[in-house]
Design a binder for this molecule. Structure first.
Ligand SMILES: Nc1nc2c(c(=O)[nH]1)N[C@H]1C(S)=C(S)[C@@H](COP(=O)(O)OP(=O)(O)OC[C@H]3O[C@@H](n4cnc5c(N)ncnc54)[C@H](O)[C@@H]3O)O[C@H]1N2
Ligand code: MOO
Length: 459
């Protein structure tokens, strides 16, 4: 830790530590060579070549942050090998329509009264029938000219009705006749059959997200089930011998923060989490888990760097995986990676530091899962920064922020190993290399629960 980060305390482990790490960075335990400049990034295919002694390979192969997201989104586009499924309406929430939503009926499916009042035929005054009409009944007998019938909102209007007179606009006389207190237009307050759509009309195109409103529309249009793109199936492999699942940290052991964090976050991104497995730092167990996984996406945590028990790269080499992204020019989380592990399978390697893992989730897992689930990519949007944010000299920074007024306020406690900032955040801003000044417009990354609410997005 530098003198400055020790002084500010709250940001300890943030930029200063990253810079120090970059300075003392080693690959496979070897000190870095001086003067390694940036080269045009390119995704790796096949196993990495062995580094020359003293060579810092990370910066050379690191992919710029926007490009890493684009590669992740493209990786899953087309040829995902996943057929649409038909599910009951209630199970379709949050998924994507695999087929157009075409109306199975006219809507409304009969001429309907839009108001409580009287269905009338011809000009008034009208003689009123004894029996009124309620919603949910079969077609009533036609009206004759000069006749009216009491009608409820939603009831079928009788054939030959010319208008509905609202209850508050009708007056009776002592002979039981009905008068209109104001002019009545032909067709007034009748919802004609097919006003919203005709049977067969396309209500929504394929690719539309199934929201609560879509469920309502589908039900109204006659659907009991919907054809949707299935949730991508995800296996989560939590690596690290030092992790405890209960109790207080002790004797160098720490609590696993990612086992609890990742599954609901992945579900909020549209995934079905099939399994969460804790494999320790066992290279054989990792190899077997990756080889036997039937998931669309494997997400690993930890083991992405070059430490003695970091087995992700060697595992990918052993199975002949294609590295699409092998570290990203982003802080925190730069050792994150994306590999194709099978014809229809990808692996996202999240770094072990918890906020670094969140960064990998937003950078690689979110676009990959979005493409697999055929979810439309959210339109990027910007907000002004309320205070300046320091940047990394070469890399993008993702910084947890609070949204206040129409601006974003950077939070403290946002070092790579810290979750205190993100736990209080409304989103993350994308700080370009070099930093951002107060008032500068920055792209905002939403947290899936921030706008939708916990109950809505974790379905
Ligand atoms: N020589 C270098 N060392 C490191 C570099 C580097 O460039 N050169 N990068 C650092 C950065 S940045 C990160 S991020 C980490 C990434 O390392 P790994 O992905 O291999 O992760 P681990 O070493 O397994 O763990 C890192 C850190 O996170 C803790 N951890 C791991 N899993 C969990 C979990 N599920 N819940 C909570 N905390 C977890 C682990 O105990 C370590 O403290 O590498 C740096 N090193
Ligand atoms: O600086 Mo690392 O990428 O902890 O996140």
């Amino acid at each position: 830790m530098t003198a400055r980060s020790a002084r500010t305390g709250e940001d300890a482990g943030d930029l200063d530590v990253e810079e120090v790490l970059a300075l003392v960075r080693k690959d496979n335990g070897r000190p870095p060579a001086p003067g390694g400049g940036d080269r045009a990034p390119r995704p790796q295919t096949g196993p990495r070549p062995a580094p020359e002694p003293g060579q810092d390979t990370t910066r050379h192969r690191a992919t710029p942050w926007p490009q890493a997201r684009a590669i992740a989104a493209r990786a899953a586009r087309g040829g995902t090998g996943r057929d649409p499924v038909t599910v009951p309406l209630a199970d379709a929430l949050g998924l994507t329509l695999a087929a157009p939503l075409a109306a199975l009926t006219d809507l409304p499916s009969f001429d309907t009264s839009a108001m409580d009042g009287w269905a009338v035929a011809g000009p008034g005054p009208w003689d009123v029938r004894d029996e009124g009409l309620l919603a949910g009944h079969a077609e009533p007998a036609p009206l004759t000219d000069g006749e009216a019938v009491r009608i409820a909102t939603g009831a079928r209007v009788p054939p030959d009705t010319t208008a509905v007179l609202r209850a508050e606009h009708g007056r009776g006389d002592d002979k039981g006749r009905l008068f209109a207190a104001r002019d009545l237009q032909h067709g007034q307050d009748i919802r004609p059959r097919g006003q919203e759509c005709r049977s067969g009309d396309q209500l929504l195109p394929p690719g539309s997200p199934v929201t609560p409103a879509v469920l309502g529309l589908a039900a109204a249009a006659g659907y009991d089930t919907l054809a949707v793109v299935p949730r991508p199936r995800v296996d989560v492999l939590v690596l690290g011998d030092e992790l405890l699942t209960t109790g207080l940290p002790h004797d160098g052991l720490i609590r696993d923060a990612l086992g609890p964090l990742l599954p609901p976050w992945l579900r909020a991104l549209g995934a079905e989490v099939v399994a969460v497995r804790r494999l320790g730092d066992d290279a054989k167990a990792l190899l077997k888990a990756v080889r036997t996984s039937r998931a669309d996406v494997i997400v690993t945590t930890g083991g992405t760097a070059a430490g003695p028990v970091d087995h992700v790269h060697t595992t990918l080499e052993r199975i002949g995986a294609e590295l699409l992204v092998d570290s990203v020019k982003v802080r925190p989380g730069h050792p994150m990676l994306l590999a194709r592990t099978g014809e229809h399978q990808h692996l996202v390697g999240l770094p072990g530091n918890p906020l670094a893992a969140v960064s990998g989730l937003l950078t690689l897992a979110e676009p990959l899962l979005g493409a697999l689930a055929a979810r439309p990519a959210p339109e990027p949007y910007t907000l002004p920064l309320r205070e300046s944010a320091h940047g990394h000299p070469h890399d993008t920074r993702l910084v947890p922020v609070l949204l206040r007024g129409d601006g974003a306020v950077p939070l403290h406690y946002t070092g790579p190993a810290m979750l205190r900032g993100i736990a209080a955040a409304d989103g993350l801003v994308v700080v370009p290399p070099g930093g951002a000044r107060a008032g500068q417009e920055l792209e905002l990354l939403d947290l899936p629960w921030a706008s939708a609410g916990i109950g809505v997005c974790f379905t």
